[in-house]
Design a protein around this ligand. Sequence first.
Ligand SMILES: [Zn+2]
Length: 431
Amino acid sequence: MSQRERRRPAHGRRHAARRGGPPGYTIRMPVAQFSAADASAALSVLIRNADLHAPQALGRCQVLVGGGRVLWIGPDDAPAPQIPGLQTVNAGGRRLIPGLIDAHAHVTGGGGEGGFATRVPPVPPSRFTAAGVTSVVGVLGTDDLARSPGELLAATYALREHGLSAWAWCGGYHVPPVTLTGSVRGDIAYLDPMIGVGELAISDHRSSQPTFDEFVRIASEAHVAGLMSGKAGVLHLHLGDGPRGLALVRRALDETELPARVFHPTHVNRRRGLFEEALDLARRGCWIDLTAFPVEEGEDAWSAPDAWERYHAAGGPPERLTISSDAGGCLPTFDHEGRMCRMDVGSAATLLETVRTLLARGHALEAVLPAFTSNIARLLRLPGKGELRAGFDADLVLLDADGHAADVMAGGVWHVRDGQVLKPGLFETPG
Ligand SMILES: [Zn+2]
């Protein structure tokens, strides 16, 4: 969660689930039908005539998908393998990209910093798919009291049942981190979706004001659990506006044996000085995460596109920059007494919005995509994610001419076609 104001309106012309409506919930179909295994729905599809960015630009290609995986990729004029029942989709030359990975989303809903009535509801699944996001890492934030690790895991499993790929950060803002097994190490080692700990808050009035010893103890638990389980074992850090910035991370790199990759600070574009500190850490081996929140004229912050440009212009290692959305999180503004006076809610749609802005500024899609796909997949050790190549998961997005997600496939199943959500969540009103 961050302290930004207002977000730009989501692109409401397409597929965002409607809010409001009649009192109560509309159940769209029999529950048994809704929860039927999707494996049978994973089609064999040949996507022809696609301008493939995998994320590297590969030109006009065909992509064969079957059993939820990418089976084969070849030039558009090559003879494609034949499979009985194969459907062919002509992409019409549109850009085909890997499904985006949103590594910081409040899937349970975040907020609650202005009273219990300000708790944000859970994010409906189509808010991700309609935004081209096929992999999500859920997070607890300020409210890791009334929101629990069990609730976070349930929301993560619900996204998986819906057909997305989903993981979670254990803990929340505070120290000691909230856990299910009694330790960060146990949660990461024993609970399948838990891949690291976060968003632990530092340099923020909402943090637990962790000491250096507490801080590196938690980082070490994440690291060791990652070694044991083959998971990322990363400490994902919420950065506030405080002047201490990233001092704790610098000291950890100076004084401990922990590898730099263990520390993954987010919201680092919220303050310009903080961004410079983060750039130094990236040079020392950390992955740093931008948040795609809106930034107003004259604010002491960089928008995600501005920060992306400054990072690359400064020679930051291109493979160590990631961008997340803070979807479902509260974007509050606090007064000088620390009371929340305004809030808005983060949206996964800001990721593709960031892509579109960078493309409009003349950057190549293959240069822009890694921060949303391959870079974060590598840091989080997500197998089969972040790239489109044979053997990888069939998570893909066809962009329309404007750069919106026209068609979205997750795990070999279409969730969005021609800008229409095919698979809304059980409680979503048809969009
Ligand atoms: Zn945060």
